[in-house]
Design a protein around this ligand. Sequence first.
Ligand SMILES: Cc1ncc(COP(=O)(O)O)c(C=O)c1O
Length: 426
Amino acid sequence: MDARTQAGKILESVKSSGIHYRDSLPMIASENIISPLVAAAINSDLHGRYAEGLPGKRYYQGCDDFDTIESIGIESAKRVFNCNFTNIQSTSGTVSNMASLKALAKPGDTITAVSTADGGHISHARMGAVGVRGLNLVTYPWDIDRMEPDIDASMKIIRETSPNLALFGQSVFLFPTPLKELSDAAHEVGAKVMYDGAHVLGLIAGGQFQDPLREGADVMTGSSHKTFPGPQGGFVLSDSSDEKFHRKLNNSIFPGTCSSYHLHHVAGKSVALAEFEEFGAQYAKDIVNNAQALAAALAAEGFDVLAEDRGYTASHQVLTRHGDIDSGAGRKAAQILEDSGIITNMNMLPGDTKAMQPSGLRLGVPELTRVGMGTDEMTDVARFFARALIKNQETSEIKSDVKSFKSNFQNVKYCFESGPAYPNLE
Ligand SMILES: Cc1ncc(COP(=O)(O)O)c(C=O)c1O
């Protein structure tokens, strides 16, 4: 393939991917779509610019307009997340974590966190940011029934190991962390407390999950593109009023972990924050209602939905088991669903030990909610699941029905100017 053909092939695949998502039910819990105004901010000249430093204190010329943008975004983020300090420059949730680990711990320190097998993120693990920072990792005992750290056993671990930093939060995140008790134990032994809200940040800001900065977290990190429905990027947040600590957190982003910090995404994030101030509380409420409705509808169709005793979920996620532990049934189910027009991901569930052969699926509803689906549509979605995975109907038929169902949900909601959810595909 010559270079020109190669570029053409890439653009063709970009369009084809957009069409695939437009015609499907995208249910990856970490994904979302952006509003037209956010898209306008991203697709701008800012894309190619630099602004090292903070508003009013730049290394480069040319930043006056960007100073306005970032200053508005910082103040908006303080209102949205109800806190004294926000850094909106981070280019991802992982970068936010790396930066916070730099600010809160030093190489050789001990950190406690949720293990990846129990739903912790790779950045909380030795293979990720925790390892890069050279920290000793101790993981919390896990309460399988409640799908959260075992409170008593985790408090014991914290008291015995005396970590320098106690990290909470997960990628598989059904219920709020019992943070008050655990952060009290951590503070008792002199540890700092960090809460990774990457997945649930929009629910937290919308008042629907928990309030980590009031429950003991010294720092909260997160992605700006999951339940918080902005462009890809991250946040570092704290309610501390200590300006020295603020400087430390800012320095851990720049120069600590970013140089160019994707100015167009900071502008997009700032627009998304403004939209969240207006629509976020309703969006968060609708997400949780939809997740609970989907879980109940899947259970009614005969699926094994986890955490029935706790009402299945208090977040945007639902977990389903599709076969024996380590059987790879989750992988198989995810493939059948994609053939049927439903995009999900396989996921390890309690008991699974093989990441590539898990028994379950993790489902998320942020995107379906954002295109206007409500609890009635969650019943329709569960019916598509049953046709694909229980009744074993022809996947091409289901896919065609999914496409026609999805054609009624093509605009982004919860934003100032509703517009195409999957633009530029004509
Ligand atoms: C708990 C948690 N932290 C951090 C991240 C990383 O976020 P990002 O993909 O923005 O780097 C994720 C990603 O899904 C996550 O689940």
